[in-house]
Design a protein around this ligand. Structure first.
Ligand code: SF4
Length: 292
């Protein structure tokens, strides 16, 4: 049987699909260039610091990134490892162009143009091309979605993947910022570790949006975690995408927060594999390396 609307020759069909894919890629690249040109680099947001280090969590652990850390977060995780970025923003943003050298400052709230200059300066020292990607982190970057969108657009010319680290509770903000983000690293906060339930519908919508890009999820697990709540989390993530990588991160000891035992983590991972294909147990590693 032949399709009278389409080409009969399979080679013609391949050529047409290839041509359509090429045109789509070119259109995407043009749209990105236009967004980068339109980005308002005079926008300002409160930042805490900009520096380069080894990523210590989840999928990009072990890779060198440039970290742009935002100030402010609406949550209050008891184990928060960046409480300094949740308080009042510092008068100036501390920046470091190379690990181990003295820092310098830029104005705060920081203009996108100034942040791009700092990134350019950091990359200027990276003769080996060791830097893998840029992490927009916090605090919670999505408290400033317009800024994140224009910052990500302005960072495109550096041709590094852009990863957004977020607490996973702000789908409306993610929708605004998503276009120029390559990777979404979303947290899934357990009720037991937060001491209260968070907005489950917001979290589900967030997961659905995040999977429009490349995404992975991290759950910080304490010794309060129960199999029931973890199973609910696995089901929610699997309902969006069973192939979404999941990282079970035993909490780094802080205050009252304690990690589960290794045996419990093995059990939690095995349970997750009933729902998800790629599940890994991984603690934070940058602290072990003596790095920020
Ligand atoms: S979401 Fe992140 S920055 Fe905010 S309180 Fe929790 S750990 Fe800290």
């Amino acid at each position: 049987m032949t399709n009278s609307d389409g080409p009969e020759n399979p080679e013609d069909s391949c050529r047409l699909s290839y041509e359509a894919a090429r045109q789509a890629i070119e259109a995407d690249a043009r749209a990105e260039e236009e967004m980068a040109a339109r980005a308002d680099t005079s926008l300002r947001a409160p930042l805490y610091e900009i520096f380069t280090s080894i990523q210590g969590e989840a999928l990009f652990a072990g890779l060198q990134q440039i970290f742009i850390r935002f100030c402010g977060c609406e949550l209050d995780c008891p184990w928060c490892d960046t409480p300094q970025a949740r308080g009042a923003p510092p008068a100036e943003v501390w920046c470091q162009s190379k690990p181990g050298v003295r820092g310098f400052q830029i104005e705060n709230p920081a203009r996108i143009a100034d942040v791009c200059d700092v990134v350019k300066r950091i990359l200027g020292y990276d003769e080996e091309g060791a830097i893998h990607s840029i992490a927009l982190t916090g605090g919670e970057p999505l408290m400033f979605p317009e800024y994140v969108a224009d910052l990500a657009a302005s960072l495109r010319p550096f041709e590094l993947p852009i990863m957004l680290e977020t607490n996973g509770q702000r789908p409306d903000a993610l929708r605004k910022a998503l276009r120029m983000i390559d990777w979404v690293a979303g947290d899934y906060k357990l009720d037991s570790s937060m001491g209260r339930p968070l907005d489950a519908e917001a979290r589900r919508e967030f997961l659905r949006l995040a999977r429009q890009k490349r995404a992975f999820v991290k759950i910080v697990v304490t010794d309060e975690a129960t199999e029931e709540e973890l199973e609910r989390a696995y089901e929610e993530i699997a309902a969006v995408d069973p192939g979404c990588p999941l990282f079970l991160q035993p909490v780094t000891v802080k205050g009252e927060s304690r990690p589960p035992s290794g045996f419990e983590l093995i059990r939690f991972r095995a349970l997750a594999l009933r729902y998800l294909r790629d599940v890994r147990v991984m603690p934070q590693v940058h602290g072990l390396l003596g790095l920020k």
